[in-house]
Structure formats: C-alpha cells, structure tokens
Write a protein that binds this ligand. Structure first.
Ligand code: IVH
Length: 664
C-alpha cells in the first residue's frame, strides 16, 4: 500500500458520502447511478486489496444511505436490502454462472421492469393496511402511513383469502404526466423544480400534509414479500399472481427458462421502455423459486438470488463554451460548464455541473472540448467524458485561488477534494446558507423560498441570519409577488421558528459535518446551546457517534468569530435553542388517536404541533373524516371546523391541548 492509495480511498469516501447526501437528503442527485457505482466499485476494489484500510464507517460497509433518518423509526420485519447492479451482458452471465454453481440443480428466472421510484414496506393485518415504512437505513424506516394512504391505486382492504400478517414491498412512483404537472405548478410558484419523477415522489412522501400528497397523484406497484405469515406462493411468479388477486398493481413479470431468455427480454425493453408512461431505470432478474432464493441467501448488502440490469442513460455530444464557479452554503466552490445547447432525452441542455476540481482534472475537461453529456435522473446533466481530438486544445482551468464572488482567498479542504471560500460574509455563500437555514429539516420557515431569499439579499435587507428576525411586514411587502397576507404569514413563520429545538438550529447553522443525525445526537447530550459552546473537543469526541473530525468542526464553529457573533445575535433576538424534552418520557396519552390541526396557533408551528402529537402516541392527519378523534382548532379555523362540527368530532382549543399535555 502506498500513500497515493490511501489518499484515493479517502477521496472516494468523501465523494461517495457527498453524492449519498445529494441523492438521499437533498433529493438532487448530480451523477448517474452508473457513475456512482463506478466510484463505489473503485473503492471496494481498493479496500479489498488493502484490508488494513477498511473502516466500518466507509460507504462500502453501509446498507442504507439515508443518513437523514429522524427519531421514531420503526423496524422492518426483515431488512430491506439493495440489489447489485450490472450494466452489461457479461455481468449477467457471471451472475448466472454463480447461481448455477451455488444451486447445482435446475432453476428458472423471472424478469420484471425496475421502476424508478421510492421503495416502501407495507403492513396489512387481517387484510387491512395499517402501516407503511420507508426503506430508511435498511433495518428501520420512517412511518409514512398517512401519506401512503393517499395513493389512489393502493387497496386499503384486501380480497380474501389473505394471511393474518402480511408484509410486502413495492415502489411508489410518479407517472411522467403527474411529474410534469407538479413541476409546472412549482415553476409558476417560483419554487425549485424536482430533478426527476423519483425525487418528486421522494419529496412528496416526506411532506407533512397528506392533503397535498393526495393531490400529487402518486402510484404504487408491489413486487416482493417481506416478513409474513405462510404465503400461498412458492415462486415469484405465483406471488405476483397473489398480489393481483389481493388487488395490487404489479409489474409485468415474465418467466425465463434461462439467462439468454432474460437477455432477450432486456433487449426488447431497452427500446420499448420509452413508450411507457412511468420511469424505469432497468430490469430486475430474480431466481423464481422461493426455496432456492432461501438457499442462495444474502450478503449484508444484497440477496444473492437477484440482480438488476441498469439501462444505459441517454447521451449526447456537445461543446463546452465556458466554465464558471459557483459558491455553495459551506463555501464549497463548484465548477459548472456552460454548454452549446443540445437536445437530450426531451429537454435542451445548456449547463452541466462539473461537481469538483478533482473531476475536472481526472477527466481532463477543458473549455472548447467536445464532450459526451448524460442525464443523471431525468433532468440533471453531467459530463461523462471528453471526446478525443487531434486539434490543439485550450489549457486546463487553474485550481481556484480566489472566490469568484467576494475575491477572498480560498482554502483546500484537508481531505483534498473540495475548495472553499472561507469569507463568512461572502454574498453568494450566504444565499445558499439561508436557503438551507429555512429548509424543512432545519428551521422549517414556510414561504421563505429561493426567490424571496434572492430579493432579500439583493435589496440589502439581510446580511446574516439575525437580520431575518428583524424584518418587518413593510419591508417584505415591497418584494415581487408578495401580497399582504403572504407577507404576514412569512413574518409569522419566521417568528415561530425561534422556538425550534436545538437539533434543528444546529443543523440549520450549516456547520460542516452536522446533518440531522448529528444534530439529534448532540441534542441528547446537551440541554442548550450554551452547554455546547462550553464543551471541549474532548467532551465532544467522547460522545458516541461523534469522531474527531466532527468534534473539531463543531468546536471550531462555536469558537470562530462568525459562530460567536451568530449565536449571540440569535440569542438576543429570542431564539431559544434548547433541547426538546426526550420523547420516551412522555406517556402515550394520545395512543391511537388521530388529530387534525387547523387554524393558526400561538405556541406551535405545524411541524412542532405534529411532533408533539406523535410523541404522545397520537397521529396527525390533514383531512377530517369519521376516523378523526379530535380537531385542534386554532384562531380563524374555517371549513375543517365546520366539517368537524357536522361529524360531531370533539374540538379542542390550543389551551385545551396544552392543559391535556401537562399531565406528563
Ligand atoms: S425486488 C432485495 N423488484 O430497486 C430487494 N425491487 O435498486 C428486493 N426495485 O430497493 C426488491 N423495481 O426499491 C424488486 N421489480 C422490482 C423492483 C425493485 C424496483 C427497487 C427496490 C430496491 C431497488 C434496488
């Protein structure tokens, strides 16, 4: 092993973790699955030839990558594993050779389309749907039951006979038509567009308002059993027929006598998939017999009886006109290529992210080059490679020495991949920071979208987080597309965010290495922000799950000029920055009770009231039905209040609710 190998392994781990976050947390992938798998394979190969460098925290050692898992996750009956990918026929033959060797008996395959959506685990008891979970980290997922219940083609009650306990897996997806409708609406509202139908489906499932989810028009298809009572099916093909009998939408499934028949089917769909109304990214080949599946077993990451064949992404050739550098929320400089417009998979591509300077140098990308562009997902294009030429080329761009926005000197990260502008008052950096600060997992400030942020900063109304809390209605009304009512709502949302618990504030500040998980970990150990500020690096390192790099990043932030100024000013403006009381201590006084919240509340935001209801054992739903147990009505409650009265549903005021919750 030499030093270069060690550096490359670290670089790959950093890059893979970065792309995991882009895909799972931000719903904004920058590279295709193929390129991601190439990075992962390179890392796997290097680690297997250098076992001394294997690290339990390496992305190769982890099953799920959803590092944004919240508290209150629920265990799957059996883990939800992933499927190994292949991109060519020789991988498929290799897979078949291994199956033949391991089974040493006759076998058949089924082949199905691989829908590009979000995996879900459903639970039915006595034929009734009662729980839906995300894949999460593969072992535990988040409860998305209320949102999943809004899916029109999902039966809530099954056609008998069915086992008493049934767990099944499927994919939630959006048709191209629904996806385009959603993005058209978002464009109208000046909101960020979803990159592709998969991200739009993922974003929709994370919403807190099942009424909005219902309008998004999600669909579902089911394809695999989870942990269930004895099933009346001995093969995948029989299982798909059972699914149909129960009333589920299923993938079209073809039985193949051998791998060649499966490859013929793949060839057929490679072209035909463009006529489908929903997104697919490949095909899934499964050993048909459940008994043989069991014999073959699984590695920690994926079962040995299944493989996915990924369809090649669409590519086009074009020329790089120029390369510019953008500044992200932690000051990371991202090079972006401006391209000669080219038509690719239905849209005109004009720009492509170059991700980082390592990528530019590894692929030797230069201005003026002809390049092959591909789309990761449906919208985000990236550069696969440079088309070789005999003609003279321009020189490769220099590594950045100064920030393109504020002209301050930039610094290279210690992991050697990213370059950063370290100027705390860099304008571009602050725009990215504020977007993140206001986002759903952070301070959750409704209505503070990208265009408002741009205007607030360009009009010099705010220069730092604290300024946000000093804004008044008159200043906001002046902005484009701002009516009095929405200005009022925005001020209210900003004000309400002052009570966000410590973990959200820690995440919102955009401190390097602090995601929602680290935020939640810190909140378990510290009562308030002052306790974190006075913690030593050693104190922080002693916390389970916090390593030296993260400990140093936290310590550095709270001892930096910017950190101290930010925290002091936020404190002065009334942000509480306290840890929320631990959830486990609450008595489950609302066990199995469904609440609907309406009207405006004084003590809670929509998110905190829901968190409170859930922590006390209840459920929060957005629409009133006979199943609603309580309506919590704030001021100016409207149609929901009327409907609750008609249905004789008990109505609580905010004070009633507070009185009830003080039992604890
Ligand atoms: S079977 C071991 N069948 O692809 C997993 N999965 O990339 C058993 N997927 O997590 C699942 N179409 O979300 C199966 N026809 C299909 C599928 C399918 C899409 C998803 C699934 C899985 C992911 C892996």
């Amino acid at each position: 092993m030499n030093n270069n190998t060690k550096t490359r392994i670290e670089t790959l781990r950093t890059l893979i973790k970065y792309h995991n976050d882009q895909y799972y947390i931000h719903n904004a992938p920058e590279i295709s699955d193929h390129e991601y798998d190439d990075l992962l394979n390179e890392l796997q190969t290097l680690e297997s030839t250098n076992p001394a460098l294997i690290d339990p925290n390496s992305p190769t050692q982890q099953v799920g990558n959803d590092t944004a898992l919240q508290d209150g996750t629920i265990a799957h009956g059996i883990p939800m594993l992933s499927i190994s990918n292949s991109y060519n026929t020789s991988d498929m033959y290799e897979f078949d050779t291994r199956i033949a060797k391991d089974l040493a008996e006759n076998y058949t395959y089924t082949i199905e389309l691989k829908l590009d959506g979000i995996a879900v685990n459903l639970r039915y008891k006595n034929g009734e749907l009662y729980q839906a979970l995300t894949r999460g980290d593969g072992k535990r997922g988040e409860d998305i039951t209320e949102n999943v219940k809004q899916i029109a083609n999902l039966p809530h009650k099954l056609t008998s006979p069915y086992p008493q306990h049934l767990e099944i897996r499927g994919e939630i997806y959006l048709t191209f038509e629904q996806f385009n409708k959603i993005n058209a609406q978002r464009a109208k509202n000046n909101e960020n567009l979803f990159a592709n139908p998969r991200n739009a489906a993922g974003g929709t499932l994370k919403l807190h308002d099942s009424g909005v989810v219902a309008k998004r028009g999600l669909s579902i298809t089911l394809y695999a059993p989870g942990a269930s009572d004895q099933l009346q099916a001995k093969t995948q093909l029989e299982f798909v027929n059972l699914l149909k009998h129960w009333g589920f939408n299923t993938n079209q499934t073809t039985l193949c006598a051998n791998i060649d028949e499966a490859l013929t089917e793949i060839k057929k769909w490679q072209e035909e998939r463009f006529n489908l109304t929903y997104p697919t990214d490949g095909m899934v080949i499964k050993v048909n017999s459940f008994e043989q599946q069991k014999k073959l077993g699984a590695t920690t990451k994926s079962p040995r009886w299944i493989i996915a064949y990924k369809f090649p992404a669409e590519r086009a050739k074009t020329q790089i006109l120029s390369i510019e550098v953008q500044v992200g929320k932690t000051g990371v400089l991202t090079p972006v290529a401006n391209l000669k417009p080219v038509l690719l998979a239905g849209t005109t591509v004009k720009r492509a992210s170059l991700h980082n300077f390592d990528n530019i140098y590894t692929k030797d990308i230069r201005v003026g080059d002809t390049v092959e562009v591909e789309k990761a997902g449906e919208i985000i294009p990236y550069i696969v490679k440079v088309v070789p030429t005999d003609k003279p080329r321009q020189t490769i761009i220099d590594l950045p020495s100064h920030c393109p926005c504020c002209q301050q000197k930039v610094k290279k990260d210690e992991d050697g991949v990213f370059y950063r502008c370290t100027n705390p008052i860099c304008g571009e950096q602050f725009k990215s920071k504020l977007k993140y600060f206001a986002s759903r997992n952070a301070m959750d400030i409704d209505g503070l979208g990208e265009s408002i942020i741009e205007q607030l900063i360009n009009n010099n109304l705010i220069k730092n987080f604290a300024d946000l809390y000093k804004l008044n209605i008159e200043q906001i009304i002046q902005l484009d597309r701002m009516a009095e009512k929405s200005a009022e709502n925005l001020i209210k949302a900003i004000h309400q965010s002052k009570k966000q618990p410590l973990r959200r504030v820690l995440y919102a500040l955009g401190i390097r290495h602090i995601g929602t998980t680290t935020g939640a970990t810190l909140e378990k150990y510290f009562k308030n922000i002052d306790e974190i500020i006075s913690a030593s690096i050693e104190d922080l390192e002693n916390i389970e799950d916090i390593g030296p790099i993260v400990a140093k990043a936290i310590y550095d932030y709270f001892h930096s000029e910017e950190g101290i100024r930010t925290i002091n000013s936020l404190k002065e403006l009334g942000l509480t920055m306290q840890s929320a009381p631990p959830k486990i201590k609450h008595k489950q006084i609302f066990a199995n009770k469904t609440f609907v919240v309406t009207g405006s509340l004084k003590h809670f935001t929509r998110t905190t009231i829901k968190e409170q209801i859930i922590s006390l054992g209840g459920k929060a739903s957005s629409s009133i039905s006979k199943k609603t147990d309580y309506l919590l009505a704030g001021e100016k409650a409207g149609s929901k209040l009327k409907k609750a009265q008609e249905l004789n549903i008990p109505i609580l005021t905010e004070n009633d609710f507070l009185n009830l919750t003080q039992i604890d």
